[in-house]
Every structure is written in C-alpha cells, then in structure tokens.
Design a protein around this ligand. Structure first.
Ligand SMILES: CC(C)=CCC/C(C)=C/CC/C(C)=C/C=C/C(C)=C/C=C/C=C(C)/C=C/C=C(C)/C=C/C=C(C)/C=C/CC(C)(C)O
Ligand SMILES: C[S@@+](CC[C@H](N)C(=O)[O-])C[C@H]1O[C@@H](n2cnc3c(N)ncnc32)[C@H](O)[C@@H]1O
Length: 383
C-alpha cells in the first residue's frame, strides 16, 4: 500500500520518537527534585553520584592541572623518588611554608600523584611514579602555560576574534605565509618539545608496523629526527631521508651525526607545500597531518603519493578524534589545542582514510598501536 502523500518517511517518524524520548530524559535529569530523589534512591544513587562527580571534575579540571604543574615545577616527584618523607621535611625541601606544603601534598595525594602512608609520610603514587619515567610529559605540562593563556576566553577563541594566540606564535609554520623561510630561532623551542615527546610515540609506531621489508624511508615533517633515529637503529639496512623546514632539517642532521647514523641518513630542507623528494618505498607523516586544514592536508597527501615509488607504503600516525576510550583527548584536548594554534584539526580514522583514498592511495588499513590515545596508525599503498 502506498503511504498517504502527507505521511512522514519512516526514518523521520522513528527519529521524532527518539527525540521526544531524549527530551523527556533531559527534562527529568534537569529537574532538581529528580536529582535529589535519584541521589537518595538506592538503584539510581551510584549513577547520580558518578554523574555529579564527573560534572565536578569538569568544573575543577583546571585546578587539578595546576596541582600537577606546581608539583612538577617544584620537582616533587623526583624528590620522593628517593623514598617517603614527612610533610615537614618535604616543606623544607620544597621551600614552602609548612601549611602550604601540606595543601599541595594532600591535593597531589587526592589525585593519585602521591600516596599517604599509614605513618603519615608521603610517598609517590602510581601516577607520580609514572611521570618520573616520562620527562616529556613534564615538558608538555610546562608548555601548557601558553595554552592556558589562549583559553582564557574560550568563546573569543571559538569566534576567532581573540587576535594572534601564543600558540600560533610558538608553532612558527602554522601562521607563516612562507614556511620555508622560518629561521632557527623560530623552530628551536618546538623542535626540542617535539623531540622529547616523540619518544612517547616512536616505539609504539614501529612495533605496530615493523619496517623490515622496506629499503628507504622518507620521514616527512620528521622534526629533529627522534622517530628517524629509532627507525634506523631498529632496521640496520634501512636508508632514511628526513624532510623538514630548513632549520629543523639542519638540527636533525646534527642529531644523525651524533647517533653515528650519518652514512645511512640524509636530511633535506624545504616546505612540503612546494614539493617532496621522490623514490622512497616508505613515507611517514608522524603528527603532521592534523596540523593542517583540509585543503593543504589533502594536497600534502597527494604529493606524498606521487613521491613514493609505485606500490610504496605511507605511514600516517597521530592522535585521532573519536578514539574509543580516549574521546576527550582527540576531540577536546587536540581540538582546542589546534584551534589555539590556528591551523588544522584532529580527524577520525575514517576521515583520514577517506582523504587517503581521495589522494589516490589504496589498501588503507589501521594498525593497532599500544597506546591509541597518544598515537594511532594508518597504512596505505601508493598505486
Ligand atoms: C607493580 C604492581 C604490583 C602493580 C602495578 C599496577 C600497574 C600495572 C600499574 C601501571 C603503571 C604504569 C606502567 C603506568 C604507566 C603510565 C604511563 C606510561 C603514562 C603515560 C602518560 C602519558 C601522557 C600523560 C602523555 C601526555 C601527552 C601530551 C599532553 C601530549 C601533547 C602533545 C602535543 C601538544 C602535541 C603537539 C603537536 C601538534 C602541534 C598538535 O602537532
Ligand atoms: C608537530 S611537529 C611533528 C614533528 C615530528 N614528526 C614528531 O612527531 O615529533 C610538525 C613538523 O612538521 C614540520 N613542518 C611544518 N610545516 C612544514 C612544511 N611546510 N614543510 C616541511 N615541514 C613542515 C615542522 O617543522 C615540524 O617539525
């Protein structure tokens, strides 16, 4: 039977039912009387408490981050690496009044950075201990001072009316008309930060996609070469060419020489918006594509496809939006970070796969990495 001409299509009817159900749910949750009831009624109590806590954590997250920043600036975790200490001894070591030191120590303990022993002394918590093994996280936390400034008026940032941001000045290539012209002083600060934090991701990428069957890696936007060095060291026959802006490539060349890899490595300075060296059978873009808006990013992928030898492989590795279990890292943290930087956006794996196909790649596959919140990996073939 034909539906009456004025009848809504089935999908619209279903979605209007769902919308009404959703609206009813939201009215209920917004009702203060229901909130009181749900917090007391045993079956709903755990959900109500969990939600209230989640909302409080969203309100207070910036305070938690400052507790972490203060602990790192005062070197609290390295001090406690030698063993538990009393609050009084710690106050002296931190050069803080005793009551202020106690405020910091209790805050850090409440966040899992420290732990309080039965005798009242403070020791490292699991999170504080993990930080000792990740000095690049401490560097990122210090770097966040700039992001705090840029996020002071988040609505102005979203409207694009807040003028030049601190991050757009820091990432010299993000706002440059001629990236190839940026000088050494402009790249040195971000080069060091990226060099340190690349250690967090290099091993995860190489373990997810061993390079043994490849002969020549073109590491595009490779920074000061931490990934390139790790790749060369774990593949003794691999040749590596690192391509980055001229002053960054010069810094990578010094690093290759120090690592004793000068005979198997080369560096080329230039802008990848202008062209790329040809002939490698493997190319990598590690934490590069998300820095760029859609059109330049697609143009870059197209240029990489043309630069690879036929059948060559591209590794595209970066944190991605919509990563299960890490959604706020891609969509909230990197979303707002890149907004403040003034260029690029975090993309989902599906969005990136679509762009790769549009750029002429085939066989796009995701390779499982150890810590997808920090880096995910897509591989694709240049046909
Ligand atoms: C021993 C017994 C009995 C039990 C142990 C129980 C157990 C198994 C505990 C686990 C302990 C453990 C091994 C913990 C390990 C924790 C680790 C490795 C934590 C790592 C954390 C990493 C973090 C927080 C990374 C942060 C990275 C940031 C903020 C990166 C920012 C990157 C930026 C801004 C990049 C910018 C580049 C641009 C511009 C976007 O392109
Ligand atoms: C976010 S960093 C990532 C560096 C490195 N791949 C890593 O994961 O640590 C982006 C890199 O892309 C480089 N880059 C940006 N624009 C470029 C361009 N137009 N041509 C060549 N390299 C560029 C930067 O100099 C920087 O080293």
């Amino acid at each position: 039977m034909k539906p009456a001409p004025h009848a809504l299509p089935a999908a619209a009817v279903a979605s209007s039912w769902r919308d009404r159900l959703l609206a009813w749910r939201h009215r209920l949750i917004a009702d203060p009387r229901f909130q009181l009831f749900a917090a007391a009624f045993p079956p709903t109590r755990p959900i109500a408490r969990r939600n209230a806590r989640a909302l409080f954590d969203l309100c207070a997250g910036f305070v938690y981050a400052q507790v972490l920043a203060a602990s790192l600036r005062l070197d609290l975790f390295r001090i406690l690496a030698d063993g538990p200490m009393t609050a009084a001894d710690l106050a002296r070591r931190l050069d803080l009044p005793p009551d202020r030191a106690l405020c910091l120590l209790r805050a850090a303990a409440s966040l899992g950075l420290l732990t309080v022993l039965k005798d009242g002394r403070f020791a490292l918590g699991d999170l504080g201990a993990a930080l000792i093994g990740n000095p690049s996280v401490a560097a990122m936390v210090a770097h966040h001072a700039m992001l705090y400034d840029d996020l002071r008026d988040p609505v102005a940032l979203l409207r694009g009316g807040s003028g030049p941001t601190r991050l757009s000045g820091y990432w010299a290539y993000a706002a440059a008309d001629d990236p190839a012209g940026v000088d050494e002083a402009a790249v040195a600060p971000y080069g060091a930060l990226m060099g340190a934090s690349q250690a967090l991701v290099a091993r995860d990428i190489l373990d997810a996609y061993p390079l043994a069957r490849h002969a020549h890696l073109l590491e595009i936007g490779g920074g000061e070469g931490a990934f390139a060095v790790e790749a060369a060291r774990s593949n003794p026959a691999l040749r590596v060419t690192l391509f980055d802006l001229p002053p960054v490539a010069a810094r990578a060349a010094r690093r290759f020489a120090q690592a004793g890899l000068a005979d198997r490595t080369a560096t080329i300075g230039g802008s990848f918006h202008d062209g790329l060296p040809r002939g490698a059978d493997l190319a990598s873009l590690v934490r590069v594509v998300h820095d760029h808006d859609d059109d330049p990013a697609l143009a870059l992928l197209t240029r990489v496809r043309a630069a690879l030898s036929p059948g060559g492989t591209l590794l595209l590795a970066e944190p991605m939006a919509g990563t299960p279990g890490a959604e706020p890292i891609g969509d909230a943290y990197f979303g707002f970070y890149l907004l403040a930087m003034g260029s690029g956006r975090p993309r989902t794996a599906d969005e990136l796969a679509g762009m790769l196909r549009k750029a002429g790649f085939t066989g796009v596959r995701e390779r499982r990495t150890r810590r997808p919140m920090l880096v995910r990996l897509l591989t694709a073939t240049a046909s």
